[in-house]
Design a protein around this ligand. Structure first.
Ligand SMILES: [Fe+2]
Ligand SMILES: [Fe+2]
Length: 183
């Protein structure tokens, strides 16, 4: 049963909303109503950023090293994934700045901050398998971050949901490539 009037009471009244917005305007998009722990969110996003960068590098390596029969189409898939991971990295870095943080793009410790690994893989199959493992790592870690955020930071959450959906597509693509290579 809906009680519109009672529900409306839960929302902040307009004068308070206006007065609050005038405080700390230098914080930009971060308002007093921001409910998540900003420091933790920036930290998690920097780990996600490192994960994406490591994935870009691994896919690029695989793209250049792919050789053999079937290699052309597989290499194109590697390149496409590399570009999409780079787009994820950019989105994440942008959000970190919006939250008043700084994107950590230092090569120092990048692999340590990353959740996924950088494995070169000796054969086409090994490369695809390593990429698939990395996607599965990313899928689980994004799912956890989304659950952690809950309703505390809808914008970051929506961004992560979009990225998660694409990592799932990537994993699916890689399984198809393995199937095409044959057992
Ligand atoms: Fe990604
Ligand atoms: Fe991916």
């Amino acid at each position: 049963m809906k009680q519109p009037a009672a529900k409306r009471q839960l929302l902040t009244d307009v004068p308070t909303l206006r007065a609050r917005a005038r405080k700390h305007i230098e914080q930009g998009a971060v308002t007093p109503g921001y409910r998540a722990d900003r420091k933790v969110v920036v930290e998690l996003l920097n780990e996600a950023l490192a994960t994406e960068i490591v994935c870009v590098l691994r896919y690029k390596r695989h793209y250049f090293m792919a050789s053999g029969i079937n290699a052309q189409s597989v290499a194109q898939e590697f390149l496409q994934h590399a570009n999409e991971e780079q787009a994820h990295a950019d989105e994440i870095a942008q959000r970190i700045v919006q939250l008043g943080g700084e994107p950590n793009l230092s090569p120092e410790g990048m692999l340590g901050r990353s959740h996924s690994e950088y494995v070169e893989g000796g054969t086409l199959r090994a490369m695809i398998e390593e990429d698939l493992v990395a996607e599965r790592v990313a899928i689980d870690s994004y799912r956890e971050m989304i659950a952690y955020l809950g309703t505390d930071d809808p914008t970051t959450r929506r961004m992560l949901e979009g990225i998660l959906a694409m990592e799932e597509e990537h994993a699916d693509d890689l399984v198809s490539l393995l199937e095409e290579l044959g057992a």
